[in-house]
Ligand binder design. Structure first.
Ligand code: DSN
Length: 442
């Protein structure tokens, strides 16, 4: 392709993506949209600058306004999460986890975390699986940690406290890592953290998925429950730009700072720090209401899907206490296929979600390519202004595609019509800009 053709093709694809998302139902649990004010911040000149070091101690000139913004961002983060220390320079959730590993452990140490098939994130994973195949999980492959697992209770869809406590006493890890990518119910941080202390372990908590719910006063409060550090990405239930952040007890601040710079960052993406500061300010004003509505919506969507014939997990516990739902779709195998098939079918209908491993998939011979589950999240549709009654409509669309096997192309037209009333970003300062409006500067 000649350069002009490439230039045009990229812009055309981006515009098409925006137009498509205006017509879709975005239900990926790890995604969200930023407010117009955050979008403004992330295209500012901050994105062209370097500011290595800590505000006021930079090794570059030109940072006086960047310092001002970063200090505001730090204050907002400490305030919202009631944290003694915050470092807002991690460039992503994976980097935030690596910062915690670096500050709290040495290569060769053992960490206990959630098994990946039960919802643990790839950044919690070992270098090799037990069968020896290369997985390349960040904790093992990058920081050289041995990873052992908490015991997961498949019925409760949470950590088994007694069995995990036994494992902690046997393994004597240096670090316990709570948190997950399929995070339906709060983890027993207090109970298992106390056991960890007996064997000298530190406690870290990956809040990437649930950061907004924590800041909104829901879910759980890991710092009050004894976590030494809380790491997160900043763009899931906390609707900021794609970035990361580490909170910690005061006495760990210096270690976190050094692990962050010069350890794991040089440029820390200053436009995203500015965007995060704006997002945190907006969250301080609107976040409690937003987080509460996310949870109401996910419970309502869980109930609505369940009533329409889906095996939504966690029914006895109200399906979820977070933004996420996990649905076992194995009973549809002979009619519409498994996770990947259903993900594709729903995408054709304009319903965007992802296939997901169920905790028992591996033992039943399925893998991530076409697993037995789908995962749904309500953060983005809530941000678009949807409430419990709209969750009924969403569940109807999903049922018609998966259970009634209606033509996805036909459903996509109805989804687009339904979406017409939900084009603005809610729970943020007012703006004329629509949620998926493509902003042309050229
Ligand atoms: N992989 C993301 C998720 O979907 O949960 C988190 O990084």
């Amino acid at each position: 392709m000649d350069p002009e053709e490439s230039f045009k093709a990229v812009r055309k694809a981006m515009k098409a993506h925006h137009e498509w998302f205006k017509r879709c139902l975005p239900l990926i649990a790890s995604e969200n949209i930023v407010s117009p004010a955050v979008r403004e911040a992330i295209i500012s000149d901050f994105g062209h600058r370097y500011a290595e070091g800590w505000p006021g101690e930079r090794v570059y000139a030109g940072c006086k306004f960047i310092d001002e913004v970063e200090l505001i961002c730090i204050d907002l983060a400490k305030d919202l999460f009631r944290a003694e220390f915050a470092d807002v320079r991690a460039t992503s959730g994976v980097v935030a986890n690596l910062i915690a590993y670096t500050a709290l452990t040495k290569p060769g140490d053992t960490m206990m975390a959630m098994p990946i098939p039960s919802g643990g994130h790839i950044s919690h994973g070992p270098e090799y699986t037990k069968s020896g195949s290369f997985l390349g999980g960040t904790a093992g492959a990058v920081h050289g940690l041995n990873v052992e697992y908490f015991v997961f209770d498949r019925k409760e869809l949470n950590l088994d406290i007694d069995e995990s406590a036994k494992r902690i006493r046997e393994v004597k890890p240096k670090l316990l890592l709570f948190g997950a990518s399929v995070f339906l119910f709060p983890h027993p941080v207090k109970e298992l953290g106390e056991v960890g202390r007996e064997v000298g372990a530190k406690v870290a908590y990956d809040a990437a998925h649930v950061a907004g719910l924590i800041a909104g006063g829901y879910f759980q409060d890991p710092l009050r429950e004894g976590a030494d550090t809380v790491q997160m990405s900043t763009h899931k239930t906390l609707p900021g730009p794609q970035h990361g952040m580490v909170l910690a007890k005061k006495e760990l601040g210096e270690r976190i700072k050094q692990a962050t710079f010069p350890g794991l960052t040089s440029n820390h993406h200053l436009h995203n720090v500015a965007g995060l500061a704006i997002a945190l300010a907006e969250f301080k004003k609107f976040g409690k209401e937003y987080a509460g509505q996310i949870i109401k919506n996910s419970k309502a969507l869980g109930q609505a899907l369940y009533e329409r014939g889906f095996n939504v997990l966690g029914e006895a516990k109200g399906f979820t206490e977070s933004h996420t739902l996990l649905v076992d779709i194995t009973s549809f195998k002979n009619r519409v296929g498994l996770g990947r098939d259903i993900e594709e079918r729903l995408e054709k209908a304009g319903i965007i979600l992802n296939r997901n491993l169920l905790p028992w998939d591996i033992s039943e011979g399925r893998n991530y390519l076409n697993p037995g589950g789908i995962r749904l999240g309500t953060s983005e549709v809530t941000r678009l202004g949807m409430k419990e009654s709209e969750m009924q409509v969403v569940a109807d669309f999903i049922k018609r595609v998966v259970i009634d096997k209606e033509d996805p192309a036909k459903i996509s037209l109805e989804v687009a019509e339904f979406r017409k009333d939900f084009q603005k970003v809610h729970y943020c300062f007012e703006s004329e800009l629509e949620a998926y409006e493509y902003v042309e500067l050229h």
